[in-house]
Design a protein around this ligand. Structure first.
Ligand SMILES: Nc1nc2c(c(=O)[nH]1)N[C@H]1C(S)=C(S)[C@@H](COP(=O)(O)O)O[C@H]1N2
Ligand SMILES: [Mo]
Length: 314
């Protein structure tokens, strides 16, 4: 049995910028050539070109080198540079995602089946609970399209997700000290999962998803804190009751099930009112921008929470 060391993440207010920059300089040589040649650029290219982004943002995209070198993916280590440095041996192909639980047609989807969904580009803000943010051009498809294929039963109310467990390929899952209990788990209410903003991403910047960003398929829910965006998914289950979620289990007073971005509800150890947009500088209070309710997607999603106390149900 590994020793489970309770995680204690910190706000980016206290992230030493020098450390991040050193790591990044060190890793710069590894940042190229990360597309793993799954053929995504050719598969579905026509559909991708044809589909306009309905949520197009008028904000500068975070440079690709930052999106692929400053990551949270504890299966590869807890440092921001660890996922890019330690995920070279990870094999995202072949891959299957099992869909089970309260569905009429449970089945396994191979990577080819997943890449066959009409792909779209979606440029979304991503706001980590640690108070940093990015703007990322994802490639993916609505989770609703996948859910429809398996025909949810009337009793299904939630969707549970699980990340792969592969200690041989994921150094953060082996060794005596491990930062989290595996598999990493996340969940959504079924209506959140079906919302058109919610996508399964298979790429970014028009390329196959790099290992450190959750290859070959990860969840993106842009109005929620980044930890809801579970990576390298192998199982999706429809359930009647609220599924257990990794960070919520680890520290329930710090990370809620809903985890909707909310500048009015501070993390117990730091403010959530402002954020540091990666690539713009400003770790130490200069150049911070205001965090927006629902990460700027209130018009689209606030109605999902009508009548809910958003301070209590964080
Ligand atoms: N399996 C898994 N998924 C995960 C994480 C993780 O540690 N393991 N970290 C989460 C957190 S805290 C964030 S902010 C985002 C980061 O996504 P990115 O590295 O692609 O920017 O992934 C989320 N998904
Ligand atoms: Mo995060």
């Amino acid at each position: 049995m590994p020793c489970y060391r309770p995680p204690r993440i910190a706000g980016s207010e206290i992230t030493p910028e020098r450390f991040f920059l050193d790591r990044r300089t060190f890793l710069a040589g590894a940042a190229g050539g990360l597309a793993l040649g799954l053929g995504m650029e050719t598969a579905n290219a026509a559909a991708l070109k044809a589909a306009p982004d309905p949520y197009k943002l008028d904000e500068t995209r975070t440079p690709e080198k930052d999106v692929t070198s400053y990551n949270n993916f504890y299966e590869f280590g807890t440092g921001k540079g660890d996922p890019a440095a330690n995920s070279g041996a990870f094999k995202p192909s072949p891959w299957t995602v099992k869909i089970d639980g309260l569905v009429g047609k449970p089945r396994e989807f191979g990577l080819e089946d997943l890449l066959a969904f009409p792909l779209e580009e979606r440029t979304y803000r991503m706001r980590c609970v640690e108070a940093w943010s990015m703007v990322i051009p994802w490639v993916g498809f609505p989770l609703a399209a996948l859910i429809d294929k398996v025909e949810p039963l009337g009793s299904a109310r939630y969707v549970a997700f699980e990340t792969v467990v592969r200690p041989e390929e994921m150094p953060g899952q082996s060794g005596f000290f491990q930062p989290l209990p595996w598999p990493y788990r996340e969940g959504l209410r079924l209506d959140e999962a079906r919302h058109p903003l919610t996508i399964l991403a298979v790429g970014l910047y028009g390329k196959t998803l790099p290992n450190q960003n959750g290859a070959p398929i990860r969840l993106v829910v842009p109005w929620k804190y980044g930890f809801k965006g579970i990576k390298s998914i192998v199982r999706i289950s429809l359930t009647e009751t609220m599924p257990p979620c990794t960070w919520n289990l680890a520290a329930p007073d710090e990370y809620g099930f809903y985890a909707n971005v909310n500048p009015a509800v501070d993390h117990p150890r730091w403010s959530q009112a402002t954020e540091n947009r990666i690539g713009e500088g400003g770790f130490f209070g200069s150049n911070r921008r205001d965090t927006l309710p629902f990460n700027g997607y209130a018009e689209e999603v606030a109605s999902l929470y009508a009548g809910m106390d958003l301070r209590a149900n964080f």
